[in-house]
Design a protein around this ligand. Structure first.
Ligand code: PML
Length: 280
């Protein structure tokens, strides 16, 4: 793939200094104009009117880039009860090699607002998968993954696969792309995420072992706390390299994975051949 022919287009909208919406794409020059307008319309379509909208366009010439396959998607429809779904998500994280204390710490921080001032973080927490120690240089902001997108063909195919499973929300499509980039980061083990939108209760655990495992209900409706925790093998972690990959390196997702539901976490773990005894 040759990134000399691609541009990154990013939109960020805010009101009174608070984030309202954001989106980004990687496009060829012929799509630059229409995609910039599309993202601007999206910023203006929110219920709250932004007082500040920034659309940033960067030429990706010469930036290191790679093409990826999206993570497989599994929806676990087992529980509408957030506490039970969180227990299942915790078991999956432990199956990927995250220590019990680190899992507990991530749930606790995301539930109460992981930034030192007690709010949600715009970016992800980075945690040592063994100890739960936080490794991100700026704990207020976290680390934001940027410069990723589907190719036209893969994006269309992925939308069809998700729609066939009833997953029609743009958020799922975008979160899957983001999680697929993060899963390629140096030292990555797994990720836990749920939305901070009070009306959007879904979240996921992702890893190379499990793929993107989606839980429709990881929090109660009305709860505005959420975010991302990325668990890292500390021995392989280099902060500068990690930040450069997440924020600078351009990634295009060229191939889709599989997309299917599963009944419960036990069946899922059996299916992926995990020999980890979880919950004990
Ligand atoms: C999903 O729908 O698959 C879960 C998406 C979590 C989105 C988190 C976010 O708001 O970015």
């Amino acid at each position: 793939m040759d990134c000399r022919n691609y541009y990154s287009v990013r939109m960020h909208a805010s009101a009174l200094g608070r984030h309202i919406s954001g989106a980004e794409r990687i496009v060829t020059p012929d799509k630059l104009d229409s995609v910039a307008r599309e993202l601007l319309s999206r910023a203006l379509a929110k219920d709250r009117s932004p007082d500040h909208i920034v659309v940033t366009i960067d030429d990706l010439s010469g930036l290191i880039h790679r093409s990826l396959t999206a993570l497989d998607v599994t929806t676990l429809n087992s529980s509408a009860d957030p506490a039970a779904a969180r227990a299942d998500a915790a078991r999956l994280l432990q199956a990927t090699g995250v220590g019990a204390d680190a899992v507990e710490k991530a749930f606790s921080l995301l539930s109460r607002g992981a930034s030192p001032s007690g709010g949600n973080m715009r970016g992800a927490m980075i945690m040592d998968a063994r100890t739960g120690e936080r490794l991100e240089p700026d704990q207020e902001r976290g680390v934001r993954a940027s410069r990723f997108d589907w190719t036209g063909e893969a994006g269309e195919k992925m939308r069809t696969l998700l729609n066939e499973q009833g997953l029609v929300h743009e958020r799922t499509y975008e979160a899957l792309a983001l999680a697929s980039k993060i899963a390629d980061s140096p030292g990555f083990i797994s990720e836990l995420c749920w939305s901070d939108d009070p009306e959007y209760t879904a979240g996921y655990v992702s890893s190379r072992l499990t793929g993107y495992v989606r839980f429709p209900c990881l929090k109660k409706e009305g709860d505005a706390r959420g975010g991302r925790a990325v668990f890292i093998d500390r021995k392989k972690f280099d902060a500068a390299q990690f930040l450069s990959f997440m924020e600078e390196e351009a990634v295009l997702i060229e191939r889709t994975g599989q997309c299917r539901p599963d009944t419960d976490v036990d069946h899922f773990l059996q299916r992926i051949g995990s020999d980890v005894r979880t919950g004990s």
